[in-house]
Design a protein around this ligand. Structure first.
Ligand code: ATP
Ligand code: MG
Length: 501
Protein backbone atom coordinates (compact mmCIF):
# COMPACT_ATOMS: atom_id res chain seq x y z
CA UNK A 1 0.00 0.00 0.00
CA UNK A 2 2.73 2.40 0.99
CA UNK A 3 4.23 2.31 -2.48
CA UNK A 4 0.94 3.61 -3.88
CA UNK A 5 1.46 6.89 -2.04
CA UNK A 6 3.03 9.42 -4.39
CA UNK A 7 6.50 10.60 -3.44
CA UNK A 8 5.24 14.19 -3.47
CA UNK A 9 2.73 13.39 -0.71
CA UNK A 10 5.39 11.68 1.39
CA UNK A 11 7.61 14.74 0.87
CA UNK A 12 4.92 17.06 2.16
CA UNK A 13 4.51 14.94 5.31
CA UNK A 14 8.23 14.79 5.85
CA UNK A 15 8.73 18.55 5.52
CA UNK A 16 5.99 19.23 8.04
CA UNK A 17 7.47 16.73 10.49
CA UNK A 18 10.96 18.10 10.00
CA UNK A 19 9.61 21.47 11.06
CA UNK A 20 8.54 19.83 14.32
CA UNK A 21 4.83 19.22 13.69
CA UNK A 22 2.69 16.13 13.24
CA UNK A 23 1.32 15.22 9.81
CA UNK A 24 -0.99 12.43 8.65
CA UNK A 25 -2.68 11.32 5.46
CA UNK A 26 -6.40 11.39 6.21
CA UNK A 27 -9.90 10.99 4.85
CA UNK A 28 -11.08 9.52 1.58
CA UNK A 29 -7.62 8.76 0.24
CA UNK A 30 -6.88 6.37 3.13
CA UNK A 31 -10.19 4.64 2.44
CA UNK A 32 -9.30 4.39 -1.24
CA UNK A 33 -5.84 2.99 -0.47
CA UNK A 34 -7.33 0.28 1.73
CA UNK A 35 -9.78 -0.55 -1.02
CA UNK A 36 -6.86 -0.65 -3.46
CA UNK A 37 -8.28 2.16 -5.51
CA UNK A 38 -6.34 5.15 -6.78
CA UNK A 39 -7.38 8.15 -4.66
CA UNK A 40 -8.73 11.16 -6.55
CA UNK A 41 -7.15 13.61 -4.15
CA UNK A 42 -4.80 13.59 -1.17
CA UNK A 43 -5.55 15.23 2.14
CA UNK A 44 -3.07 15.84 4.91
CA UNK A 45 -3.98 16.78 8.49
CA UNK A 46 -1.54 18.52 10.81
CA UNK A 47 -1.30 20.32 14.12
CA UNK A 48 0.58 23.16 12.38
CA UNK A 49 -1.59 26.25 11.95
CA UNK A 50 -2.23 27.45 8.39
CA UNK A 51 0.34 30.25 8.64
CA UNK A 52 2.89 27.77 9.93
CA UNK A 53 2.18 25.39 7.05
CA UNK A 54 2.60 28.24 4.60
CA UNK A 55 5.85 29.21 6.16
CA UNK A 56 7.21 25.65 5.88
CA UNK A 57 6.58 25.62 2.16
CA UNK A 58 7.57 29.22 1.51
CA UNK A 59 11.02 28.38 2.75
CA UNK A 60 11.49 25.88 -0.03
CA UNK A 61 14.08 26.49 -2.67
CA UNK A 62 11.92 25.00 -5.42
CA UNK A 63 12.10 26.57 -8.82
CA UNK A 64 8.40 27.26 -8.48
CA UNK A 65 8.12 30.95 -7.69
CA UNK A 66 7.89 31.38 -3.93
CA UNK A 67 4.54 33.04 -3.85
CA UNK A 68 3.00 30.25 -5.82
CA UNK A 69 4.15 27.34 -3.70
CA UNK A 70 1.12 27.43 -1.42
CA UNK A 71 -2.20 29.19 -1.31
CA UNK A 72 -4.57 29.71 1.56
CA UNK A 73 -7.83 31.19 0.60
CA UNK A 74 -10.62 29.48 2.46
CA UNK A 75 -12.24 29.55 5.85
CA UNK A 76 -11.41 26.02 6.81
CA UNK A 77 -7.76 26.20 7.64
CA UNK A 78 -6.74 24.45 4.45
CA UNK A 79 -3.50 25.31 2.71
CA UNK A 80 -3.08 24.04 -0.84
CA UNK A 81 0.48 22.93 -1.46
CA UNK A 82 1.43 22.83 -5.11
CA UNK A 83 3.65 19.92 -6.04
CA UNK A 84 5.01 18.53 -9.26
CA UNK A 85 2.21 16.72 -11.05
CA UNK A 86 1.83 12.99 -10.35
CA UNK A 87 -1.72 12.30 -11.49
CA UNK A 88 -2.84 12.16 -15.11
CA UNK A 89 -3.85 15.53 -16.56
CA UNK A 90 -2.50 18.65 -18.21
CA UNK A 91 -1.82 21.05 -15.36
CA UNK A 92 1.74 21.52 -14.26
CA UNK A 93 0.90 20.95 -10.60
CA UNK A 94 -1.05 18.73 -8.31
CA UNK A 95 -2.38 20.26 -5.12
CA UNK A 96 -2.13 18.52 -1.77
CA UNK A 97 -4.55 19.93 0.74
CA UNK A 98 -3.00 20.40 4.14
CA UNK A 99 -5.62 21.09 6.80
CA UNK A 100 -5.06 22.01 10.41
CA UNK A 101 -6.71 19.65 12.93
CA UNK A 102 -10.24 20.86 13.57
CA UNK A 103 -13.09 20.05 15.86
CA UNK A 104 -16.76 20.30 15.18
CA UNK A 105 -18.16 23.68 16.01
CA UNK A 106 -21.75 24.80 16.19
CA UNK A 107 -23.77 25.30 13.01
CA UNK A 108 -26.37 27.70 14.36
CA UNK A 109 -27.83 28.42 10.93
CA UNK A 110 -27.45 24.72 10.06
CA UNK A 111 -25.62 25.71 6.89
CA UNK A 112 -22.03 26.26 7.83
CA UNK A 113 -20.09 26.27 11.06
CA UNK A 114 -20.07 29.54 12.98
CA UNK A 115 -16.31 29.47 13.18
CA UNK A 116 -13.49 27.12 12.49
CA UNK A 117 -12.06 25.77 15.70
CA UNK A 118 -8.62 24.30 15.52
CA UNK A 119 -7.81 21.24 17.61
CA UNK A 120 -4.58 20.03 19.12
CA UNK A 121 -4.83 16.33 18.48
CA UNK A 122 -5.47 13.94 15.63
CA UNK A 123 -8.04 12.18 17.81
CA UNK A 124 -10.19 15.29 17.98
CA UNK A 125 -9.86 15.81 14.25
CA UNK A 126 -10.92 12.24 13.45
CA UNK A 127 -13.90 12.47 15.77
CA UNK A 128 -15.51 15.23 13.67
CA UNK A 129 -15.34 13.24 10.43
CA UNK A 130 -18.50 11.86 8.92
CA UNK A 131 -18.14 8.10 8.54
CA UNK A 132 -15.91 5.48 10.09
CA UNK A 133 -14.45 4.64 6.68
CA UNK A 134 -13.44 8.31 6.31
CA UNK A 135 -11.98 8.65 9.80
CA UNK A 136 -8.76 6.74 9.20
CA UNK A 137 -5.29 8.24 9.19
CA UNK A 138 -1.89 7.07 8.00
CA UNK A 139 1.29 8.03 9.77
CA UNK A 140 4.55 7.47 7.97
CA UNK A 141 7.47 6.61 10.23
CA UNK A 142 10.43 8.40 8.76
CA UNK A 143 12.79 6.96 11.33
CA UNK A 144 11.58 3.38 11.10
CA UNK A 145 13.81 0.56 12.23
CA UNK A 146 12.41 -2.17 9.99
CA UNK A 147 10.35 -2.02 6.77
CA UNK A 148 7.29 -3.33 8.55
CA UNK A 149 7.21 -0.21 10.68
CA UNK A 150 7.20 1.98 7.61
CA UNK A 151 3.73 3.25 8.29
CA UNK A 152 0.92 2.92 10.78
CA UNK A 153 -2.83 3.11 10.24
CA UNK A 154 -4.70 4.96 12.96
CA UNK A 155 -8.16 3.49 13.18
CA UNK A 156 -10.08 4.71 16.22
CA UNK A 157 -13.57 3.83 14.97
CA UNK A 158 -13.10 0.43 13.36
CA UNK A 159 -13.17 2.04 9.95
CA UNK A 160 -11.07 -0.68 8.40
CA UNK A 161 -13.52 -3.31 9.45
CA UNK A 162 -16.42 -1.31 8.03
CA UNK A 163 -14.55 -0.93 4.76
CA UNK A 164 -13.97 -4.68 4.59
CA UNK A 165 -17.60 -5.33 5.40
CA UNK A 166 -18.75 -2.55 3.07
CA UNK A 167 -20.66 -0.59 5.67
CA UNK A 168 -21.36 3.15 5.85
CA UNK A 169 -21.63 4.09 9.51
CA UNK A 170 -21.38 7.48 11.19
CA UNK A 171 -18.63 8.27 13.64
CA UNK A 172 -20.51 8.44 16.94
CA UNK A 173 -24.24 9.00 17.31
CA UNK A 174 -25.88 9.19 13.88
CA UNK A 175 -28.70 11.49 14.95
CA UNK A 176 -26.28 13.97 16.46
CA UNK A 177 -23.94 13.87 13.48
CA UNK A 178 -26.75 14.52 11.00
CA UNK A 179 -28.16 17.20 13.22
CA UNK A 180 -24.79 18.97 13.14
CA UNK A 181 -24.55 18.85 9.36
CA UNK A 182 -27.43 17.55 7.27
CA UNK A 183 -25.32 17.22 4.12
CA UNK A 184 -23.75 14.13 5.69
CA UNK A 185 -27.01 12.30 4.97
CA UNK A 186 -26.62 12.96 1.29
CA UNK A 187 -22.95 12.01 1.50
CA UNK A 188 -24.01 8.64 2.91
CA UNK A 189 -26.14 8.05 -0.16
CA UNK A 190 -23.34 9.32 -2.39
CA UNK A 191 -20.93 6.74 -0.96
CA UNK A 192 -23.64 4.10 -1.26
CA UNK A 193 -23.85 4.84 -5.00
CA UNK A 194 -20.11 5.28 -5.51
CA UNK A 195 -18.77 2.38 -3.47
CA UNK A 196 -21.69 -0.03 -3.41
CA UNK A 197 -21.59 -0.15 0.41
CA UNK A 198 -24.67 -0.65 2.57
CA UNK A 199 -25.84 2.05 4.94
CA UNK A 200 -25.83 0.63 8.47
CA UNK A 201 -29.25 0.35 10.12
CA UNK A 202 -28.95 3.08 12.77
CA UNK A 203 -27.36 5.41 10.27
CA UNK A 204 -30.17 4.75 7.80
CA UNK A 205 -32.86 5.30 10.40
CA UNK A 206 -31.23 8.53 11.46
CA UNK A 207 -31.31 9.77 7.86
CA UNK A 208 -35.00 8.99 7.63
CA UNK A 209 -35.59 10.80 10.87
CA UNK A 210 -33.56 13.90 10.02
CA UNK A 211 -34.22 14.19 6.28
CA UNK A 212 -36.16 17.41 6.74
CA UNK A 213 -32.98 19.20 7.80
CA UNK A 214 -31.79 19.01 4.20
CA UNK A 215 -33.77 22.18 3.63
CA UNK A 216 -31.08 24.14 5.45
CA UNK A 217 -28.28 23.02 3.14
CA UNK A 218 -27.02 25.34 0.42
CA UNK A 219 -27.71 24.49 -3.21
CA UNK A 220 -24.01 24.41 -4.04
CA UNK A 221 -23.19 21.73 -1.47
CA UNK A 222 -26.19 19.67 -2.58
CA UNK A 223 -25.18 20.03 -6.21
CA UNK A 224 -21.66 18.79 -5.60
CA UNK A 225 -22.89 15.60 -3.93
CA UNK A 226 -25.62 15.12 -6.56
CA UNK A 227 -23.02 15.32 -9.31
CA UNK A 228 -21.03 12.58 -7.60
CA UNK A 229 -24.15 10.39 -7.38
CA UNK A 230 -25.05 10.99 -11.03
CA UNK A 231 -21.50 10.22 -12.20
CA UNK A 232 -21.13 7.14 -9.99
CA UNK A 233 -21.41 3.57 -11.22
CA UNK A 234 -24.88 3.21 -9.71
CA UNK A 235 -26.59 6.55 -10.27
CA UNK A 236 -30.11 5.14 -10.48
CA UNK A 237 -29.68 3.20 -7.25
CA UNK A 238 -28.41 6.43 -5.69
CA UNK A 239 -31.45 8.45 -6.78
CA UNK A 240 -33.80 5.70 -5.65
CA UNK A 241 -32.05 5.58 -2.26
CA UNK A 242 -32.42 9.38 -1.95
CA UNK A 243 -36.14 8.86 -2.45
CA UNK A 244 -36.43 5.96 -0.04
CA UNK A 245 -34.80 7.82 2.81
CA UNK A 246 -36.82 10.98 2.16
CA UNK A 247 -34.03 13.21 0.82
CA UNK A 248 -35.14 13.47 -2.81
CA UNK A 249 -37.98 15.77 -1.80
CA UNK A 250 -35.42 18.39 -0.82
CA UNK A 251 -33.28 17.92 -3.92
CA UNK A 252 -35.53 17.25 -6.95
CA UNK A 253 -39.11 17.12 -5.65
CA UNK A 254 -40.31 17.28 -9.28
CA UNK A 255 -39.18 13.67 -9.72
CA UNK A 256 -41.42 12.54 -6.89
CA UNK A 257 -44.49 13.75 -8.78
CA UNK A 258 -44.05 10.81 -11.14
CA UNK A 259 -44.02 8.19 -8.40
CA UNK A 260 -46.83 5.70 -8.94
CA UNK A 261 -48.15 7.57 -12.00
CA UNK A 262 -48.96 5.11 -14.77
CA UNK A 263 -48.29 5.99 -18.41
CA UNK A 264 -50.11 4.34 -21.32
CA UNK A 265 -50.10 1.22 -23.44
CA UNK A 266 -46.62 1.96 -24.72
CA UNK A 267 -45.07 1.79 -21.28
CA UNK A 268 -44.77 -0.86 -18.65
CA UNK A 269 -43.28 1.41 -15.98
CA UNK A 270 -44.59 4.38 -14.02
CA UNK A 271 -43.16 7.80 -14.87
CA UNK A 272 -40.74 7.90 -11.93
CA UNK A 273 -39.49 4.38 -12.48
CA UNK A 274 -38.93 5.08 -16.16
CA UNK A 275 -36.90 8.24 -15.36
CA UNK A 276 -34.66 6.34 -12.97
CA UNK A 277 -34.24 3.44 -15.39
CA UNK A 278 -33.38 5.82 -18.22
CA UNK A 279 -30.57 7.14 -16.01
CA UNK A 280 -29.49 3.59 -15.25
CA UNK A 281 -29.22 2.72 -18.93
CA UNK A 282 -27.76 5.98 -20.15
CA UNK A 283 -24.82 4.92 -22.33
CA UNK A 284 -22.94 8.18 -21.76
CA UNK A 285 -20.59 9.09 -18.94
CA UNK A 286 -21.23 12.81 -19.44
CA UNK A 287 -22.97 14.64 -16.62
CA UNK A 288 -25.30 16.60 -18.92
CA UNK A 289 -26.40 13.52 -20.85
CA UNK A 290 -27.07 11.60 -17.64
CA UNK A 291 -29.01 14.52 -16.19
CA UNK A 292 -31.04 14.81 -19.39
CA UNK A 293 -31.79 11.07 -19.26
CA UNK A 294 -33.05 11.39 -15.68
CA UNK A 295 -35.07 14.53 -16.43
CA UNK A 296 -36.29 13.89 -19.99
CA UNK A 297 -39.84 13.02 -18.89
CA UNK A 298 -39.94 15.34 -15.87
CA UNK A 299 -43.06 17.13 -17.16
CA UNK A 300 -45.06 14.00 -17.88
CA UNK A 301 -47.07 14.20 -14.66
CA UNK A 302 -48.43 17.65 -15.46
CA UNK A 303 -48.95 17.07 -19.19
CA UNK A 304 -50.80 13.80 -18.77
CA UNK A 305 -54.27 13.88 -20.30
CA UNK A 306 -56.71 11.02 -19.92
CA UNK A 307 -56.24 7.79 -18.07
CA UNK A 308 -55.48 4.21 -18.92
CA UNK A 309 -53.97 2.90 -22.12
CA UNK A 310 -54.76 5.97 -24.18
CA UNK A 311 -53.38 8.65 -21.90
CA UNK A 312 -51.29 11.24 -23.75
CA UNK A 313 -48.41 13.53 -22.80
CA UNK A 314 -48.39 16.11 -25.57
CA UNK A 315 -45.73 18.76 -25.25
CA UNK A 316 -44.06 17.06 -22.30
CA UNK A 317 -40.72 17.47 -24.09
CA UNK A 318 -40.94 21.26 -24.35
CA UNK A 319 -42.52 21.78 -20.94
CA UNK A 320 -40.00 19.30 -19.53
CA UNK A 321 -37.07 21.29 -20.93
CA UNK A 322 -38.30 24.33 -19.02
CA UNK A 323 -38.84 22.36 -15.81
CA UNK A 324 -35.37 20.78 -16.10
CA UNK A 325 -33.86 24.22 -16.57
CA UNK A 326 -35.57 25.50 -13.44
CA UNK A 327 -34.37 22.53 -11.40
CA UNK A 328 -30.77 22.87 -12.54
CA UNK A 329 -30.70 26.63 -12.06
CA UNK A 330 -32.08 26.18 -8.58
CA UNK A 331 -29.24 23.75 -7.88
CA UNK A 332 -26.74 26.30 -9.22
CA UNK A 333 -25.46 24.24 -12.12
CA UNK A 334 -23.35 26.15 -14.63
CA UNK A 335 -25.06 27.75 -17.61
CA UNK A 336 -23.38 25.32 -19.99
CA UNK A 337 -24.92 22.36 -18.23
CA UNK A 338 -28.33 24.04 -17.90
CA UNK A 339 -28.46 24.97 -21.59
CA UNK A 340 -27.26 21.61 -22.78
CA UNK A 341 -29.78 19.68 -20.69
CA UNK A 342 -32.51 22.05 -21.89
CA UNK A 343 -31.60 21.32 -25.51
CA UNK A 344 -31.47 17.56 -24.99
CA UNK A 345 -34.78 17.36 -23.12
CA UNK A 346 -36.46 19.75 -25.54
CA UNK A 347 -35.49 17.62 -28.53
CA UNK A 348 -35.62 14.11 -27.12
CA UNK A 349 -38.77 13.23 -29.08
CA UNK A 350 -37.12 13.43 -32.50
CA UNK A 351 -38.62 11.03 -34.96
CA UNK A 352 -36.47 8.36 -36.52
CA UNK A 353 -38.61 5.94 -38.41
CA UNK A 354 -36.66 5.18 -41.61
CA UNK A 355 -39.75 4.98 -43.82
CA UNK A 356 -40.78 8.46 -42.79
CA UNK A 357 -37.60 10.34 -42.01
CA UNK A 358 -35.99 11.89 -45.04
CA UNK A 359 -32.61 13.49 -45.21
CA UNK A 360 -34.22 16.93 -45.14
CA UNK A 361 -35.82 16.36 -41.76
CA UNK A 362 -32.53 15.07 -40.33
CA UNK A 363 -30.87 18.25 -41.61
CA UNK A 364 -33.59 20.29 -39.92
CA UNK A 365 -32.92 18.50 -36.66
CA UNK A 366 -29.17 19.02 -37.00
CA UNK A 367 -29.80 22.70 -37.71
CA UNK A 368 -31.83 22.92 -34.54
CA UNK A 369 -29.61 21.02 -32.11
CA UNK A 370 -26.19 21.28 -33.78
CA UNK A 371 -24.19 18.42 -35.24
CA UNK A 372 -21.93 18.41 -32.20
CA UNK A 373 -24.91 17.51 -29.98
CA UNK A 374 -26.37 14.74 -32.09
CA UNK A 375 -24.42 11.95 -30.39
CA UNK A 376 -25.60 13.10 -26.97
CA UNK A 377 -29.18 13.38 -28.19
CA UNK A 378 -28.99 9.83 -29.54
CA UNK A 379 -27.65 8.68 -26.17
CA UNK A 380 -30.62 10.24 -24.36
CA UNK A 381 -32.92 8.45 -26.76
CA UNK A 382 -31.15 5.13 -26.19
CA UNK A 383 -31.47 5.69 -22.43
CA UNK A 384 -35.16 6.45 -22.94
CA UNK A 385 -35.72 3.26 -24.94
CA UNK A 386 -33.79 0.97 -22.63
CA UNK A 387 -35.42 2.57 -19.62
CA UNK A 388 -38.83 1.75 -20.96
CA UNK A 389 -38.09 -1.95 -20.84
CA UNK A 390 -37.60 -2.35 -24.60
CA UNK A 391 -34.75 -4.77 -24.87
CA UNK A 392 -32.65 -3.56 -27.80
CA UNK A 393 -30.46 -0.51 -27.29
CA UNK A 394 -30.18 0.41 -30.92
CA UNK A 395 -32.93 -1.05 -33.00
CA UNK A 396 -32.22 -0.98 -36.71
CA UNK A 397 -34.30 2.21 -36.86
CA UNK A 398 -31.87 4.12 -34.66
CA UNK A 399 -28.93 2.69 -36.54
CA UNK A 400 -30.48 3.81 -39.79
CA UNK A 401 -30.97 7.24 -38.30
CA UNK A 402 -27.30 7.37 -37.33
CA UNK A 403 -26.45 6.44 -40.88
CA UNK A 404 -28.47 9.36 -42.24
CA UNK A 405 -26.81 11.72 -39.76
CA UNK A 406 -23.44 10.56 -40.98
CA UNK A 407 -24.55 10.91 -44.58
CA UNK A 408 -25.91 14.44 -44.28
CA UNK A 409 -23.31 15.62 -41.78
CA UNK A 410 -21.47 17.63 -44.42
CA UNK A 411 -24.63 19.17 -45.89
CA UNK A 412 -25.36 22.82 -45.29
CA UNK A 413 -27.47 23.49 -42.20
CA UNK A 414 -26.40 27.09 -41.65
CA UNK A 415 -26.00 30.15 -43.83
CA UNK A 416 -22.26 29.92 -43.34
CA UNK A 417 -22.25 26.55 -45.07
CA UNK A 418 -23.93 27.83 -48.24
CA UNK A 419 -21.81 27.99 -51.37
CA UNK A 420 -22.62 31.69 -51.71
CA UNK A 421 -22.17 34.46 -49.18
CA UNK A 422 -23.40 38.01 -48.75
CA UNK A 423 -20.57 39.44 -50.85
CA UNK A 424 -21.42 37.15 -53.77
CA UNK A 425 -25.04 38.30 -53.64
CA UNK A 426 -24.18 41.99 -53.48
CA UNK A 427 -21.99 41.60 -56.53
CA UNK A 428 -24.37 39.44 -58.53
CA UNK A 429 -27.53 41.37 -57.71
CA UNK A 430 -25.80 44.70 -57.57
CA UNK A 431 -27.44 45.69 -54.30
CA UNK A 432 -26.16 47.51 -51.22
CA UNK A 433 -25.59 45.79 -47.85
CA UNK A 434 -28.83 45.49 -45.90
CA UNK A 435 -31.35 43.14 -44.40
CA UNK A 436 -32.49 41.88 -47.79
CA UNK A 437 -29.24 40.00 -48.28
CA UNK A 438 -29.71 38.12 -45.03
CA UNK A 439 -33.30 37.34 -45.92
CA UNK A 440 -32.35 35.94 -49.33
CA UNK A 441 -29.64 33.80 -47.74
CA UNK A 442 -32.19 32.46 -45.25
CA UNK A 443 -34.54 31.41 -48.06
CA UNK A 444 -31.66 29.81 -49.94
CA UNK A 445 -30.68 27.89 -46.82
CA UNK A 446 -34.23 26.71 -46.30
CA UNK A 447 -34.28 25.38 -49.84
CA UNK A 448 -30.87 23.75 -49.51
CA UNK A 449 -31.98 22.02 -46.33
CA UNK A 450 -34.89 20.57 -48.27
CA UNK A 451 -32.66 19.56 -51.16
CA UNK A 452 -28.91 19.47 -50.58
CA UNK A 453 -28.23 19.22 -54.33
CA UNK A 454 -29.20 22.88 -54.62
CA UNK A 455 -26.10 23.98 -52.74
CA UNK A 456 -24.14 24.91 -55.85
CA UNK A 457 -22.92 28.40 -56.56
CA UNK A 458 -24.44 28.77 -60.08
CA UNK A 459 -27.80 27.41 -58.97
CA UNK A 460 -27.90 29.59 -55.87
CA UNK A 461 -27.07 32.74 -57.83
CA UNK A 462 -29.83 32.04 -60.37
CA UNK A 463 -32.29 31.47 -57.55
CA UNK A 464 -31.08 34.59 -55.73
CA UNK A 465 -31.95 36.68 -58.79
CA UNK A 466 -35.50 35.36 -58.71
CA UNK A 467 -35.78 35.98 -54.99
CA UNK A 468 -34.48 39.52 -55.36
CA UNK A 469 -37.81 40.38 -57.02
CA UNK A 470 -39.69 39.71 -53.78
CA UNK A 471 -39.91 42.29 -51.04
CA UNK A 472 -38.30 41.84 -47.62
CA UNK A 473 -41.36 40.76 -45.68
CA UNK A 474 -42.31 38.20 -48.28
CA UNK A 475 -38.77 36.78 -48.17
CA UNK A 476 -38.84 36.51 -44.40
CA UNK A 477 -42.14 34.77 -44.58
CA UNK A 478 -40.80 32.32 -47.14
CA UNK A 479 -37.79 31.40 -45.01
CA UNK A 480 -39.87 30.99 -41.91
CA UNK A 481 -42.48 28.95 -43.66
CA UNK A 482 -39.92 26.63 -45.12
CA UNK A 483 -37.93 25.98 -41.98
CA UNK A 484 -40.08 26.32 -38.92
CA UNK A 485 -43.53 25.56 -40.17
CA UNK A 486 -42.38 22.65 -42.19
CA UNK A 487 -40.79 21.21 -39.11
CA UNK A 488 -43.85 21.76 -37.00
CA UNK A 489 -46.03 20.29 -39.67
CA UNK A 490 -43.84 17.22 -39.78
CA UNK A 491 -44.00 16.91 -36.04
CA UNK A 492 -47.72 17.23 -35.93
CA UNK A 493 -48.30 14.81 -38.72
CA UNK A 494 -45.93 12.30 -37.26
CA UNK A 495 -47.34 12.64 -33.79
CA UNK A 496 -50.90 12.31 -35.04
CA UNK A 497 -50.01 9.31 -37.07
CA UNK A 498 -47.77 7.41 -34.72
CA UNK A 499 -46.79 9.19 -31.62
CA UNK A 500 -49.19 8.18 -28.97
CA UNK A 501 -46.48 8.35 -26.37
P1 ATP B 1 -13.78 11.75 -2.60
O1 ATP B 1 -13.13 10.49 -3.02
O2 ATP B 1 -15.04 12.01 -3.36
O3 ATP B 1 -12.89 12.94 -2.54
P2 ATP B 1 -13.76 11.95 0.26
O4 ATP B 1 -14.15 10.98 1.31
O5 ATP B 1 -12.32 12.33 0.16
O6 ATP B 1 -14.30 11.41 -1.11
P3 ATP B 1 -14.26 14.74 0.52
O7 ATP B 1 -15.51 15.48 0.28
O8 ATP B 1 -13.07 15.00 -0.33
O9 ATP B 1 -14.65 13.21 0.50
O10 ATP B 1 -13.87 14.99 2.05
C1 ATP B 1 -12.62 14.59 2.60
C2 ATP B 1 -12.78 14.08 4.02
O11 ATP B 1 -13.27 15.13 4.85
C3 ATP B 1 -13.80 12.96 4.16
O12 ATP B 1 -13.23 11.71 3.92
C4 ATP B 1 -14.24 13.13 5.61
O13 ATP B 1 -13.30 12.58 6.49
C5 ATP B 1 -14.22 14.63 5.78
N1 ATP B 1 -15.52 15.27 5.49
C6 ATP B 1 -15.91 15.82 4.32
N2 ATP B 1 -17.13 16.37 4.42
C7 ATP B 1 -17.53 16.17 5.69
C8 ATP B 1 -18.70 16.51 6.44
N3 ATP B 1 -19.71 17.16 5.87
N4 ATP B 1 -18.74 16.16 7.74
C9 ATP B 1 -17.71 15.51 8.32
N5 ATP B 1 -16.61 15.15 7.68
C10 ATP B 1 -16.49 15.48 6.38
MG1 MG C 1 -11.51 13.76 -1.15
Amino acid sequence: MINKIPKQVVDVLQRIEKAGFEAYIVGGCVRDLIMEKIPSDWDVATNAKPEEVQKIFLDLNDDVSRKETTFYENDFGTVGVKVERFSPGDFKYDVIEVTTFRIESKYSDRRRPDEVRFADTLEEDLSRRDFTMNALAIKINFKQKSPKDEYEIIDLYDGKKDITQKIIRTVGNANERFDEDALRMMRAVRFYAQLGFEIEKNTLQAIQKNSENMKYISAERIRDELVKIILSNSPSEGVEMLRQVGLLNYIIPELEKGVGVAQNRHHIYTIYKHCVLALKHCPSKKLEVRLASLLHDIAKPQTKRGEGEFATFYNHDHVGARVAKKILQRLKFSNDIVEKVFLLVDNHMFYYNPEEVGEASVRRLIRKVGLENMKDLMDVRIADRLGSGVPKAKPYKLRHFEYIIEKVSKDAVSVKMLKVNGMDLMKELNIAPGPKIGAILDVLLAEVIEDAAKNKKELLLIRAKELDKEDLSKLREMAKEKIEEKKEEDDKEIKNKYWVK
